[in-house]
Design a protein around this ligand. Structure first.
Ligand code: ATP
Ligand code: NMN
Length: 428
């Protein structure tokens, strides 16, 4: 019997109270003091977006925790998803420091794992799970480390991505036996560190590359086109790469940024401006999706497309972005969740690569050091380029403000964009 088939994923038919359905994710925020009453109030009849673990948040512990994780963050937010496997709850915990830990958990007293971080994470999850009354002594009995396997067949594509990471990390199982609990650690069986290996082999040098810029382009500014030119120039001059094409992909309307003009216009402006530039084009795939697509998925889509188009499985798709986007890699949203999944960021850096165009007030190098933690920033896969010929603080916001004030924006962007905005009376 294959290992995968030993586990069956059951639908969420059990009484999980207020927990969201799987893949929705729950944010576990460490470090916030929320008293019991308030917590109950927050839970109310509705599903709370965030679960607070106040009892593990003493200030001195927070300080130590930050030291351990080497990441000073205002709160320690973890995104978890919940699954039911053989009557036990499986919690997947994702955070910046340890991107993915799979925990099979029975409520019970926990034996302290070796590091504070693990302890905090496990206790936090315990805190959640202990309020769900989901396990019975019978189900606990069934639960043994020997039959443990990820239910690969039942997972969606996105989750299967995560599984790879789970295997490259350690797997923890926590089980209650009488009064004490045990933490089991499993090593992945396949050769580890596949993505690191890929990074070591990968380099911009002599590579065939397609560039991808994702953004609102609301409207496109001179810098949006310029950043593609700067990235292409850098790769061809410094790395002897061949840039086969460069793609500008406007984000879908469902991204929900304030004041976002309809995707049809944002795409049309990019298309009009790039139509006579052989190596540069606008692509409508991302903005024609009904839901917002994470940048990693956009990269993956275009990797498939260009490899097929050029019949070359070695072509790389490299993300081009400004320093502000890199800074946003570690941004935590007001509800405590991560703007970018840390896993996505790791994959973008290691499996694709990024050309960062420096931008006023951005500190991409510092952010990348934070993101990479113990490891050095992979310099063969990430380059921060300063545009010395044309440094400026232009932004779409400034163009929109100028248009609203009735001022000219000519020469702040390409002429076809200006003409399109005027003809369609955008941003007035
Ligand atoms: N002046 C600039 N310098 C460097 N990168 C830039 C500049 N303007 C935009 N970019 C980059 O272009 C990409 C698309 O950006 P986006 O469409 O969000 O433009 P924006 O000017 O930042 O928009 P807004 O002002 O509406 O927030 C991002 O990677 C962004 O960092
Ligand atoms: N998690 C993610 O993949 C993620 C998060 C935030 C923004 N983005 C992308 O960054 C780009 C720029 O966004 P802003 O316009 O908010 O700077 C957009 O294309 C957006 O889709 C991706």
């Amino acid at each position: 019997m294959s290992n995968a088939s030993r586990w069956t994923m059951k639908p969420m038919g059990m009484d999980f109270g207020h927990l969201p359905r799987r893949s929705e994710g729950v944010d576990v925020v460490f470090g916030k003091r929320v008293d019991r009453e308030e917590r109950q109030q927050r839970s109310g009849g509705e599903r709370p977006p965030t679960l607070y673990c106040s009892q593990y948040a003493r200030p001195n512990e927070r300080k130590r925790l930050r030291k351990t994780t080497r990441q000073a963050r205002p709160t320690h937010a973890c995104r978890c998803s919940f699954h039911v496997i053989k009557n036990s709850m499986c919690v997947r915990l994702i955070d910046t420091h340890k991107p993915f830990v799979l925990v099979f958990l029975d409520p019970g007293e926990l034996m302290s794992p070796s590091t504070k971080r693990k302890k905090f994470a496990l206790l936090a999850i315990y805190d959640i799970v202990s309020r769900t009354r989901h396990t019975t002594p019978k189900s606990r009995k069934k639960f043994t480390p020997t039959n443990m396997q990820l239910p690969e067949t039942e997972l969606t594509a996105a989750e299967t991505d995560l599984n790879v990471i789970a295997y490259s990390r350690s797997l923890y199982m926590v089980q209650n036996r009488g009064k004490s609990s045990f933490v089991y650690r499993f090593r992945r069986r396949q050769p580890p560190k596949q993505s690191e290996k890929k990074t070591a082999e990968m380099s911009f040098h002599n590579a065939r590359v397609a560039l991808l810029a994702c953004g609102s382009f609301n409207p496109p500014t001179a810098l949006h086109f310029r950043m593609m030119e700067v990235a292409k120039d850098y790769l061809e001059r410094e790395c002897n790469s061949t840039v086969v094409e460069a793609i500008m992909s406007p984000v879908a309307d469902t991204f929900g940024k304030k004041g976002l003009a309809p995707a049809q216009h944002r795409f049309a402006m990019l298309d009009a401006a790039t139509t006579n530039i052989a190596w540069l084009r606008a692509d409508s795939w991302e903005c024609s999706q009904t839901k917002w697509t994470r940048t990693l998925a956009v990269l993956q889509h275009h990797e498939d497309q260009v490899r097929e188009k050029y019949q070359d499985s070695k072509i790389r798709v490299v993300l081009v972005c400004g320093g502000d986007v890199v800074d946003s890699f570690v941004r935590i949203l007001p509800d405590g969740s991560n703007l970018w999944s840390p896993l996505d960021v790791q994959k973008i850096i290691n499996d694709f690569g990024v050309i960062v165009i420096d931008r006023t007030d951005a500190t991409p190098h510092k952010t990348l050091c934070t993101v990479c933690g113990d490891k050095p920033v992979p310099s063969n896969n990430v380059a921060i380029v300063i545009d010395e010929a044309f440094p400026n603080g232009i932004s779409s916001t400034r163009l929109r403000s100028a248009i609203q004030a009735g001022k000219s924006i000519r020469f702040c962007t390409l002429d076809p964009v200006v003409d399109y905005i005027l003809a369609n009376k955008l941003y007035v």
